[in-house]
Design a protein around this ligand. Structure first.
Ligand code: SF4
Length: 217
């Protein structure tokens, strides 16, 4: 179905999929807790290879202790490693967070920048993290491609492949920018609840089964 489908048809199907998912998940939102762009930047960096629930547990204490880029640089890396230990990859994450904070102070007056190029110039910040921050804190739309989005768009025959950047550009062409942010959350919520990576997709109870060619029986 996906190979022969015209772009116009695919856009229409995707729009239908989004409407169907909105009916099931009326309030698509980010699962990470934050109160500022800086906190969301740190939380998103910590969320790599970690669940949002775990990150929220860790940031509850972390954000009380470290309130600004200066605070993260005021401790030895080992102390920060201990504070973020349970999010995994704690050595690399602590190193990146401190390098990121140093650059924020050196080049951006300690503020989180508001462009993709500037954000991705920070240590440990890729397009995914940058798009999360831009779309949630600065209303600059972006499609965030994580493992759920990758799996679902492939299963649904909306886009092909595992390359997150290619998928991001492909998806941007298929949807109006007003829905980019919600699309990501809808995919994540549906991926967790119904179209899982770990268990067989529950196609029989999937609200968008009629628009998905990959029906697992
Ligand atoms: S029909 Fe099945 S494969 Fe398609 S989105 Fe729903 S659960 Fe996933």
């Amino acid at each position: 179905m996906a190979k022969k489908e015209s772009v116009a048809k695919k856009k229409e199907r995707l729009s239908h999929i989004i409407s169907g998912l909105r009916g099931n998940y009326p309030e698509p939102r980010i699962a990470l807790d934050y109160t500022s762009p800086f906190e969301l930047l740190i939380a998103t960096m910590l969320s790599a290879q970690c669940t949002d629930e775990r990150v929220n547990q860790v940031t509850k204490l972390l954000f009380a202790k470290y309130r600004s880029p200066k605070d993260y640089l005021a401790v030895p890396q080992e102390e920060l490693e201990k504070d973020i230990y349970s999010t995994g990859f704690y050595k690399a994450k602590a190193k990146n967070i401190q390098a990121c904070c140093a650059k924020l102070l050196a080049d951006f007056d300690g503020e989180v920048p508001q462009t993709l190029d500037e954000l991705t110039s920070l240590a440990g910040v890729g397009r995914k993290t940058a798009n999360v921050v831009l779309s949630h804190c600065f209303d600059i739309p972006g499609v965030v491609v994580d493992t759920h989005v990758t799996r679902l768009v492939n299963r649904m025959g909306i886009a092909e492949g595992e390359d997150a950047v290619k998928l991001e550009f492909e998806l941007m062409k298929l949807m109006p920018s007003e829905v980019w942010r919600d699309f990501t959350h809808l995919m994540i919520m549906h991926g967790r609840a119904v179209c899982s990576a770990r268990t067989k997709p529950k196609c029989a109870e999937c609200v968008i089964a009629a628009d998905c060619p990959q029906v697992f029986s």
